[in-house]
Design a protein around this ligand. Structure first.
Ligand code: GRF
Length: 190
């Protein structure tokens, strides 16, 4: 059984996709051990609590270095894989060494383009539209010290339509994010 921790900061639709896949036996070898949120108000916490999944908040307000506290929790809970799903924090330090090739992230663009510092949420889709790209998508990649620079595991593409707004593009990409994340977890839990 692959015991995972899901790190969240917001609405948690990616978390919900994983929860649904586990509940419907699409991921029979994945167990969601815990959800860690950077924000106490994240709706993702409610999604987890509804399914009796252990939740913890690790925010910058509480901890000078959230990464160290997260690492402590991962070890205490014997977590094998960490999934960043809409997580807005930046992991650094020992956690990246101890969990090398055991932290994955879902990014809402076709890396290596449109990644790096500041490239999150609507900023990504704005940049894609402003660059007049005809194709966008999402990338699941390993997390390293180089933000959004880790080895890409899987990408899924969507068309960018002439009248797209960042919102309409984000919605199209998000659907593929959910599919990509479950597909990668299936592969990693074999
Ligand atoms: C999504 O836009 C996704 O691109 C990125 O984080 C955002 C929120 O995801 N990974 P979620 O709905 O909180 O899972």
């Amino acid at each position: 059984m692959l015991k995972i921790a899901v790190l969240v900061s917001g609405g948690g639709t990616n978390l919900q996709a994983i929860i649904d896949a586990v509940m419907t036996k699409q991921l029979p070898k994945v167990q969601i051990g815990m959800v860690i949120s950077s924000a106490p108000t994240a709706f993702a916490l409610e999604r987890a609590q509804k399914c009796n999944i252990k939740t913890t908040i690790v925010s910058k307000k509480q901890f000078s270095n959230p990464s160290d506290q997260i690492l402590k929790l991962l070890n205490e809970n014997k977590i094998a894989l960490v999934v960043l799903a809409g997580y807005l924090g930046i992991l650094n330090g020992c956690i990246l060494d101890e969990y090398k090739n055991k932290i994955i992230n879902i990014h809402p663009a076709l890396l290596p383009k449109f990644g790096g510092v500041g490239m999150y949420g609507h900023h990504v889709h704005e940049a894609v539209i402003n660059a007049h790209e005809s194709v966008s998508g999402c990338s699941v990649h390993y997390v390293t010290a180089n933000i959004d620079g880790g080895k890409i595991i899987l990408q899924k593409q969507v068309p960018v339509l002439p009248n797209d707004t960042p919102g309409t593009l984000a919605a199209r990409v998000l659907i593929q994010e959910h599919l990509a994340l479950v597909q990668v977890l299936k592969k990693l839990s074999k």
